[in-house]
Ligand binder design. Sequence first.
Ligand code: G1P
Length: 291
Amino acid sequence: MSVEKAVFPVAGFGTRMLPATKTIPKEMLPLIDRPIIDYSVREVVDSGINNLIFVTSSNKKALEDYFDRNMELERSLEAGKKYDLLKEIRSFSELANITYVRQPIQKGLGHAISMPKHLIGNDPFAVILPDDVIISDKPVIKQMIECYKEIKAPVIGLMEVDKKDASKYGIVSIEKKINNRLFKLSDMVEKPETDPPSNYAIIGRYILTSNILHNIEEIEEGALGEVQLTDALKKEAEKGEIYGYVFEGNRYDCGNKIDYLRAIIELAYNKHELKEELYNIINMLGFKNGK
Ligand code: G1P
């Protein structure tokens, strides 16, 4: 079965980026001229998926407006003969079919993903955490769909991290290396404080099967009243098969201030019209620092 649906959990408060996120959804913070969400939506659409499901909460109306038409803006661009911009702005509502499902209470990533289970049914589906912006030649979800087609089992995105940073991530145990990038997993643990089982962290890209939704139903809420996706994946490692894939690309956690800044710098560096000025600014700052 091909992967035709993608779930975007976008209900979170974005506390790490407060106070900016008091009124702006964290997914709408700009990386130069596009909001964070734009990057992962394009990654998914460029991977061949057209049915997107956003799991939202209150105060996320800006996301819906972004992927809808804005007739007033379109009229103004038309009057100003800004036809290129007009064409681009208009195209947003045709990017994909987007369905919005509300998560009434924040009870963890596992809970968020189970909200649209009636829309997923028995189909395989992708999950994308849009905070994780990944800049790559080939879209990461496309890389992972190619693995899924071969192994026909859930695949989760992995990145090598310093063991000292393991407590920020879900960390996997590797049963067998199939090749340099694809590993069969035997276990995983969410944000281990001590003794991480490896230095491979789960990053916000997953290709899942409906088994995972059944596993989520069986999971008890943790101490903080949260249902962790990692616990449902762990169950899959015990009952069936689950794989990790070390994707190609540079990942930025845009819910973290320094990574957010790094993402902006890499994107500016890749933009022909900004690159030279960026060099000038960095050189100037370097000079001041050295003084
Ligand atoms: C989530 C997952 C975690 C993963 C991380 C990657 O955690 O639960 O396993 O390593 O995303 O960004 P969060 O950062 O949302 O707390």
